[in-house]
Design a binder for this molecule. Sequence first.
Ligand code: NAP
Length: 273
Amino acid sequence: MIAMAQTAGKIEKRRLLILGGTGEAASLARAAVERFGARLHVITSLAGRTQQPAKLAGETRIGGFGGAAALANYLREHAVDLVIDATHPFAAKISASARAACEDANVPRLVLARSPWRPQPGDRWIEAADAAAAAKLFPVLGTRVFLTLGRRDLAAFAGINGCWFLIRLVESPKEPLPLRAQDFELIVARGPFLPDEERALMLRHGIDVVVAKASGGAATEAKLIAARKLNRPMVLLRRPQTEPGQVVEKIGEALQWVEWTLDGLDETGLKAP
Ligand code: NAP
């Protein structure tokens, strides 16, 4: 079955919107263009947080939609046939918007979510509800802290006395960080990192505790492996619940869903339920 919409004798490609901002979304866009490019137009949406995003396969659009109702309008106006939410597990607002918008516009939606991390023997994990709750654990839990959180989570750690922070961000911040200059060192680096690199970094800076988001997936788990090997505790910010709906963890499964959904759309001529 060829997955194309036919209007008045004209063959039009179906349209897939990927909600992105992650390595998984970039890989998915590449794979979807490779596999379905002749019959599917692939658009990746980015929030616009990254100043110079890497070039993605297919079309890229940048910026918020303006909430769920506006996203539903976008889906209708741009004749989007299917949506894959491949955003970061902590990007809960856009995922909630995507669910509401797809229900409103009757567009099939899939969530591509990272598999959650499970503790292994030797892990010393402490769960925290959010950055503010994590910050309350210091300096009692440790004094040389590797903070692998986003820029917006750092303010919670300002004003803690007796702690030094190694902060890693994926981009140089435009604004000064909210911590006292003598209390931190900033490194700007984008993963994935190798466990041995993470281990060496922690040893070099005398790190005695790591704070991270419980994002899951393979791309950022090297620091977990390093902390385990070094017997360092990790404070993990609790991951928001994945939005209800169909969820897959692998890009191959997402591609399979695209194929089935396109076939369903072609057979019925309607949007799938
Ligand atoms: P968020 O809290 O869920 O989203 C805040 C607002 O940003 C949304 O309401 C939406 O604006 C806009 N937005 C978010 N993702 C978008 C997308 N892919 N396309 C268009 N607009 C989007 O998300 P966040 O935590 O700020 O993350 C922003 C982006 O960075 C996400 O795309 C996510 O995948 C990526 N990211 C996040 C993290 C993290 O730790 N949170 C880490 C790595 C990458 P409107 O309401 O105006 O539509």
